[in-house]
Design a protein around this ligand. Structure first.
Ligand SMILES: N[C@@H](CCC(=O)N[C@@H](CS)C(=O)NCC(=O)O)C(=O)O
Length: 253
C-alpha cells in the first residue's frame, strides 16, 4: 500500500494529497508526530519535512519532488504538459506557490495559533499527542513559533510578500484566460497554488473549513474578503469546488 506521511494541518501535505487524488492513486494518509517525524524523514529521504511518500521501494520527500516522481511513474492524468513552454510556466508557478505557502503559514499562524481549533487539529483526535495534551500542547506551540518564525514583524513582512506573490499569480491567471494557470486544463501550477493558498479561504472539505467564518480573527476575515472580490480568490474557490475530488480523509490515520 502506498503511504503518504503527513501533518493533517499542513498545506504542503494538502498539495501532496491532491496530487495523489488527481491521479486516482490509492494511498493511506498516515500522521506523524511533529518533531518526532524527523528521524524517519531524515533516514528515508535526508530531508526534515513532510509530506513524504512511500511507494513500493521509493521514499520521496517534498511536494514538488512527489509531483515529478508520480508523473514519471504514473503518466496518466499528467500534472505537467509535454510542451516545453507549458512545462516551464508550470514549474515557475509551482515555485511561486511554494513561497506563497511559506508566507501564508507565517502570517496566518500569528493569528491562529492561539485559536483553540488550531491546536485541536494539530493534536488529532487520539494518539500520543492527545494522551499527553497538557505537555504536548505548549511544546508544539513553542516549536511552531520558533521553526516558522511566527513573530509580529516577520509576519507583517510575510503579508507584504504574499500580496506581491498573489498579484503575480493573478496577472498570469488573467493572461491565460482566467480558467487555469497554464494551458487549458488543471495541472501542477493550479494544484500547488490552490492547495498552498487554501488556508486563506477555508474551502469545504479541507482542514481550514470553519462553521462560522465570522469568528475568524479580523485581519484574516478582511483579507479573505478582499481576495474573494478578486479573480485570484474566485479562481481558488472555483478550482476547489470543481476539481478537488478528495478520496482520502485529510485527518489521516
Ligand atoms: N518544500 C517542502 C515544504 C514542506 C514543509 O514545509 N513541511 C512542513 C509542514 S507544513 C514540515 O514538515 N515542517 C516540519 C519540520 O520542518 O520539521 C514541500 O514542498 O513539501
Amino acid at each position: 500500500m502506498r503511504t503518504l506521511y503527513q501533518f493533517p494541518l499542513s498545506h504542503y501535505c494538502e498539495k501532496a494529497r491532491w496530487l495523489l487524488d488527481h491521479k486516482e492513486l490509492d494511498y493511506a494518509a498516515k500522521n506523524l508526530i511533529p518533531g518526532l517525524h524527523r528521524p524517519l524523514a531524515r533516514f528515508k529521504t535526508s530531508k526534515n519535512t513532510l509530506p513524504m511518500l512511500h511507494d513500493g521501494k521509493n521514499w520521496i520527500a517534498d511536494s514538488t519532488e512527489i509531483a515529478f516522481y508520480l508523473d514519471g511513474i504514473y503518466p496518466e492524468q499528467p500534472y505537467l504538459r509535454r510542451e516545453p513552454e507549458f512545462r516551464a510556466q508550470a514549474i515557475e508557478l509551482d515555485q511561486i506557490a511554494s513561497q506563497i505557502g511559506v508566507h501564508v503559514r507565517r502570517w496566518m499562524y500569528l493569528y491562529l495559533l492561539d485559536e483553540p481549533d488550531t491546536m485541536e487539529i494539530m493534536l488529532g483526535e487520539k494518539g500520543f499527542l492527545r494522551m499527553t495534551e497538557r505537555f504536548s500542547k505548549p511544546f508544539i506551540k513553542k516549536g511552531v513559533i520558533r521553526l516558522y518564525g511566527i513573530y509580529p514583524k516577520k509576519a507583517e513582512a510575510s503579508k507584504q510578500k504574499l500580496d506581491a506573490l498573489i498579484n503575480q499569480v493573478e496577472q498570469k491567471l488573467i493572461a491565460n484566460g482566467g480558467r487555469y494557470l497554464v494551458s487549458d486544463r488543471l495541472g501542477l501550477a493550479d494544484i500547488a497554488v490552490c492547495a498552498l493558498s487554501a488556508p486563506l479561504f477555508g474551502p469545504q472539505g479541507t482542514p481550514w473549513e470553519i462553521d462560522e467564518p465570522a469568528r475568524l480573527p479580523e485581519p484574516i476575515r478582511i483579507y479573505r474578503q478582499e481576495l474573494l472580490d478578486r479573480p485570484f480568490g474566485q479562481y481558488v474557490m472555483r478550482i476547489y469546488q470543481n476539481e478537488r475530488h478528495a478520496r482520502v480523509d485529510w485527518r489521516g490515520i
